[in-house]
Write a protein that binds this ligand. Structure first.
Ligand SMILES: Nc1ncnc2c1ncn2[C@@H]1O[C@H](COP(=O)(O)OP(=O)(O)OP(=O)(O)O)[C@@H](O)[C@H]1O
Ligand SMILES: [Mg+2]
Length: 249
């Protein structure tokens, strides 16, 4: 297991967003986290990535205790993520956005690194990451000018530039058209084949059922079921709470 959370909880006022959730993500797997709106998926991802600290519970990346570590320290440990609401430097170019990902392992402030720094050795790698997400031809354009689906792919390239071992994505397929979802699916598989563990929150069941090795289902802040995609599709509680008739046959 690369990541283990034991009985972690997080409340906002009276809302128990995540309650007593234990999760173990096998190394080199593609692990999906699904559940209805408000189930606590993003909150769990925010706990794992250090955006929030849990009220209770333990959290380890292999042997490293993550409790108390801020998000940027976790990135340096090899944990990268994307956000449900896209976060990019909209005024910077695509290439600069990806270079910002490499910056996480540098000590100078990012602006100094862009203006004076030796970004040369990273530029080639940044270009190949842009090519990987299909954006090489637009590397000099401003990120804010990209269509939505391409902004999502750029966010993935930037996160990969931090050289993660564990890559967490919050609804990467949201707002993508069918062709873009297909491209995303192939890229997630390729990222997985390169030895990166993938933890993906997603509502797109085509993507989840095709790409995931294991699926963890949450409902009302609590774990509901965990299993293979096939097991999840046939579990009555999951069907009742979330899938409905989607996979009925
Ligand atoms: N920062 C916050 N402050 C207050 N309440 C929050 C906060 N973040 C999440 N919540 C609440 O916690 C619960 C879980 O929200 P969360 O965003 O984790 O769900 P989700 O499973 O990601 O849903 P969705 O599929 O719609 O993205 C919801 O009731 C939400 O309103
Ligand atoms: Mg969410």
């Amino acid at each position: 297991m690369i990541l283990r959370a034991k009985e972690i909880s997080k409340s906002f006022g009276g809302v128990r967003a995540v309650h007593n959730v234990s999760i173990a993500v096998p190394e080199n797997s593609i692990f999906a986290l699904i559940g209805p709106n408000g189930a606590g998926k993003s909150t769990l991802l925010n706990l794992l990535s250090g955006i929030y600290q849990p009220d209770a519970g333990s959290l380890h990346l292999e042997e490293t205790n993550l409790i108390g570590l801020p998000a940027h320290r976790r990135v340096r440990l090899g944990m990268a993520r994307t956000f449900q609401k896209i976060r990019l430097f909209r005024q910077l170019t695509l290439l600069e956005n990806v270079l910002a990902g490499f910056h996480i392992h540098q000590d100078a402030p990012f602006w100094e690194y862009l203006v004076y720094g030796d970004t040369g050795r990273f530029r080639e790698e940044a270009r190949s990451l842009l090519a990987f997400v299909g954006l090489e031809a637009r590397s000099g354009e401003r990120a804010g000018a990209l269509p939505y689906g391409q902004q999502r792919m750029l966010e993935i390239a930037r996160a990969l530039a931090t050289r993660p071992r564990l890559f967490m994505l919050d609804e990467p397929a949201a707002g993508l058209n069918a062709a873009e979802v297909d491209f995303l699916l192939k890229r997630l598989e390729q990222i997985g084949r390169q030895g990166v563990t993938v933890l993906v929150v997603e509502h797109n069941m085509d993507l989840v059922m095709n790409v995931a090795h294991r699926v963890f289902v949450m409902d009302h802040g609590e774990p509901l079921f965990e299993g293979t995609p096939r097991e999840v599709q046939h579990d009555p509680a999951v069907i009742a709470a979330y899938l409905g008739g989607e996979f009925a046959s």
